[in-house]
Design a binder for this molecule. Structure first.
Ligand SMILES: CSCCC(=O)C(=O)COP(=O)(O)O
Ligand SMILES: [Mg+2]
Length: 245
């Protein structure tokens, strides 16, 4: 498979460079298990306090009746109340930015202790190194925080790959399902959208990126939910992809 006119590759993580199951069955449960003790120890840290305030604000404004049903109306929720909401957000796989930042801070402990390692698909490290060596600019766009992205590539099964990536984007730039996020990314990369190739396993993300003018490939990997036929070309190994400027 060949792609022409590509100078930048923008990569999703979950379902694209690492298995969905690592996120759903390892990272999320790890964060849920350690959230309480992490907050007990770190809730006075100014950065954590700021994130908890953001979570509390999001909870007050959350239109989901289930989110409101676990609130105690009129009472200040405090650290323990917010913990309940954070567990609910993890269960629902909500991509709330302050949750993602807190998860990244918790995962750092697991990566540093050796309990966590980023299991990349076998073809990924080699292909990334090859593209980088060929002069392509590589960037990450994940709902996981930039901190969490850098951890997965620092402690990856293919070694420390952080140097290979030039740019990192998370939900601070916007939702991965919004066209405007991809426009902002192209602006920030200072390149025409059609020179960016975005690869993701999520159709809504592919649609949003394509609508912004990016080139798109749909990632098909073991463990990804089955995909109906779509207009997007599919990729199941990065080794199959030849990129030309
Ligand atoms: C950076 S690894 C953790 C990924 C994560 O928290 C997540 O919600 C998955 O997001 P993605 O956009 O990579 O599908
Ligand atoms: Mg994904």
């Amino acid at each position: 498979m060949q792609r022409h006119g590509v100078s930048h590759v923008l990569l999703d993580i979950e379902g694209t460079t690492c298995p969905v199951s690592f996120v759903s069955d390892t990272l999320f449960p790890y964060a849920a298990e350690h959230l309480g003790s992490f907050l007990d120890e770190q809730h006075k840290d100014p950065q954590v306090q700021e994130l908890l305030a953001e979570v509390e604000k999001a909870w007050v404004e959350d239109p989901d009746p289930e989110a409101q049903s676990i609130r105690r109306p009129g009472l200040s929720e405090g650290k323990d109340g917010v913990l309940k909401y954070l567990h609910w957000l993890i269960k629902m796989d909500r991509k709330l930015t302050p949750l993602k930042e807190l998860q990244g801070m918790i995962w750092e402990i697991g990566y540093q202790s050796g309990e966590l390692q980023g299991p990349l698909f076998e073809d990924v490290p080699g292909a990334l190194r090859q593209w980088h060596a060929a002069g392509l600019q590589l960037a990450v766009y994940s709902s996981g925080s930039v901190g969490a992205q850098q951890l997965i590539y620092r402690y990856s099964s293919g070694g420390d790959l952080r140097e290979i990536f030039r740019h990192w984007f998370d939900t601070r730039v916007g939702s991965k399902r919004d066209q405007s996020s991809y426009r902002k990314i192209a602006e920030s990369l200072d390149v025409a959208s059609h020179q960016i190739l975005f690869i993701s396993d999520t159709l809504a993300e592919c649609e949003a990126a394509a609508a912004s003018g990016m080139q798109v490939l749909l990632s098909i990997r073991p463990g990804n939910p089955a995909q109906a036929v779509t207009r997007f070309e599919r990729i199941s190994s990065f080794q199959d992809l030849e990129l030309n400027p």
